[in-house]
Write a protein that binds this ligand. Structure first.
Ligand code: MF3
Ligand code: CO
Length: 254
């Protein structure tokens, strides 16, 4: 029995094209990360993202997606994902901020996210970011042909739980390629050895979303912003990763 649908298989040439999109996303990350400081607005960070897309001749897969109004998502503190950049959201010393960006080059999509401290941040919040990053690394490490989707989810979940954090309920990663969101979804929880087999040529966006408290979320009245129900702080990290005959290759790196 097929446990879940398999992701599309991309040729090495197609993966080379996706690498170009991934590099633009990585450059958005670098430029936005450098702009994060107390006093900056999330709208200003969105403008940095737009500049990189323009300079690289790339388009945005976020702008216009179900009517989404920006090229990045900027989600501070207890906001998990999908925060809309705003001139009214001013980052303050001690905040953490999750930035999610995507780019399209020649019809191929890249998608990646990071969470960064703003100024001086408490050790507990730095740990949340660090564990989210470690959980992403652990997931990438098992992205080897022959392993299964459940191995990815298990890597994220076990890393989070061992550190005392929760995996956010109801949101997942996804296959990516000619569209930002392709089938199947890639859950951040799982049982080892279960789910679709990973094959050479699969390209997946792996995106751990961790919270310090309980896993439940709410969507705010703007119909986008996802916040933790208990107000606990959240970290979101993501890479677009190809499964190659030499193992996992992260496409959203500079
Ligand atoms: N990039 C997000 C994801 O990781 C989706 C953002 S949708 C948008 O799947 F509309 F907010 F851009
Ligand atoms: Co994604």
């Amino acid at each position: 029995m097929r446990l879940t649908r398999s992701a599309a298989v991309r040729t090495p040439t197609e993966i080379a094209s996706m690498r170009l999109a991934g590099r633009v996303v990585a450059e958005m990350h670098e430029r936005i990360r450098a702009a994060i400081e107390p006093g900056v607005t999330t709208a200003a960070l969105d403008r940095v993202g737009r500049e990189v897309l323009r300079d690289r001749g790339a388009s945005s897969n976020f702008l216009g997606y179900h009517g989404y109004p920006a090229v990045i998502c900027a989600s501070p503190n207890s906001m998990v994902v999908h925060g809309i950049p705003s001139d009214d959201v001013v980052l303050r010393d001690g905040d953490i901020i999750s930035i999610d960006c995507g780019a399209v080059v020649d019809g191929w999509h890249g998608d990646a996210a990071f969470t960064a401290p703003v100024g001086e941040v408490s050790p507990e919040r730095l740990l949340l970011i660090e564990v989210a990053e470690t959980s992403l690394d652990a997931a990438i490490a098992v992205m080897v042909a022959g392993n299964r989707l459940g191995d990815i989810g298990h890597a994220v979940e076990s890393t989070a739980v061992a550190a005392g954090f929760s995996v956010v309920e109801g949101y997942t990663g996804h296959a990516i390629g000619r569209a930002m969101h392709e089938s199947p979804n890639v859950p951040n929880v799982g049982t080892p050895g279960t789910g679709a087999k990973l094959r050479i040529g699969n390209v997946l966006a792996i995106e751990p979303m961790l919270v310090a408290g309980q896993p439940g979320t709410d969507v705010l009245d703007d119909d986008w912003s996802v916040v933790s129900s208990d107000g606990s702080w959240a970290a979101h990290v993501e890479h677009t990763v190809a499964i190659t005959d030499r193992g996992p290759e992260v496409l959203t790196l500079p």
